[in-house]
Design a protein around this ligand. Structure first.
Ligand SMILES: N[C@@H](CCC(=O)N[C@@H](CS)C(=O)NCC(=O)O)C(=O)O
Length: 242
């Protein structure tokens, strides 16, 4: 295995910390560059060269001719394929187990993340509150949480009773359920216990604090900070429309 020499371009959002959680869980050293989303740094030509979508996160692997990878899930799989010889997060030699991990990673990528992302828009970013849209988003998020809750019955983690990439990628979004308009997950006891279990993992917790102290914790504990953020993001979105 080549010695990793990686720069992570990120910000402390739910998608951003997915990658720092994976890096920390794999024990890979990395440098961090904070991308100033509020200053639109993500749309600067130098950044669009490494992330044509103009969003965080991105990694650049200097040990592989400055190879860049965008999209959090693609980054996570790249890191496991190149820097997880012990198969800590992604099984290599057991095709069924590997497929199960990837199935749950995709469930997060194409289900949970877009559902919560859309809900964040209606609950936080849009100044006008549309109850129908907000309720409909919460309904879909809860449907997805129900699927996970059922799968976690009698299990500690999503696949093989071991913490894998499936858990690492899903946890940052799900722990932020309140931000996405789902105040409580008490009705999903297995999912709630799973969140609390991952809350105790030191590497994951370290990853949540990259590149800034854990934003979800800050918003949960200080409603005035959440309000401040909402005002900022609403003006940012308004500007984007013009
Ligand atoms: N599917 C992408 C989503 C990335 C994403 O939405 N990033 C947001 C922050 S969570 C962003 O950079 N937003 C800035 C913008 O849209 O201008 C991924 O998983 O990497």
């Amino acid at each position: 295995m080549t010695t990793p020499d990686i720069t992570l371009y990120t910000y402390g959002t739910q998608n951003g910390v997915k990658v720092s959680v994976v890096l920390e869980e794999l024990g890979i050293p990395y440098k961090v560059k904070q991308v100033e989303l509020g200053k639109r740094e993500q749309y600067e030509p130098w950044y669009l060269k490494i992330n044509p979508n103009g969003k965080i996160p991105t990694i650049v692997d200097h040990s592989k001719e400055d190879f860049s990878v965008f999209e959090s899930t693609a980054i996570a799989i790249y890191l496991c394929e190149n820097y997880d010889p012990e198969e800590k997060l992604l099984p290599k030699n057991d095709p069924k187990l590997r497929s199960q991990v990837i199935q749950w990673v995709m469930f997060e990528t194409s289900g949970i993340a877009p559902a919560q992302g859309q809900s964040n828009f209606y609950c936080r970013y849009l100044p006008e509150k549309i109850p129908f849209a907000i309720n409909n988003c919460a309904k879909e998020i809860k449907r997805l949480y129900g699927v996970m809750n059922k799968s976690l019955e009698g299990k500690e983690y999503l696949v093989g009773n071991k913490f894998t990439l499936a858990d690492a990628m899903s946890y940052p979004m799900i722990r932020g359920h309140f931000f996405s308009g789902v105040e409580s997950i008490d009705e999903f006891p297995n999912l709630k216990a799973w969140v609390e279990r991952i809350d105790t993992r030191p590497a994951t917790q370290k990853g949540l604090n990259v590149p800034v102290p854990d934003k979800m914790k800050e918003y949960r504990e200080n409603p005035e900070k959440l309000e401040e953020f909402e005002k900022l993001i609403q003006s940012f979105f308004k500007e984007k429309q013009t």
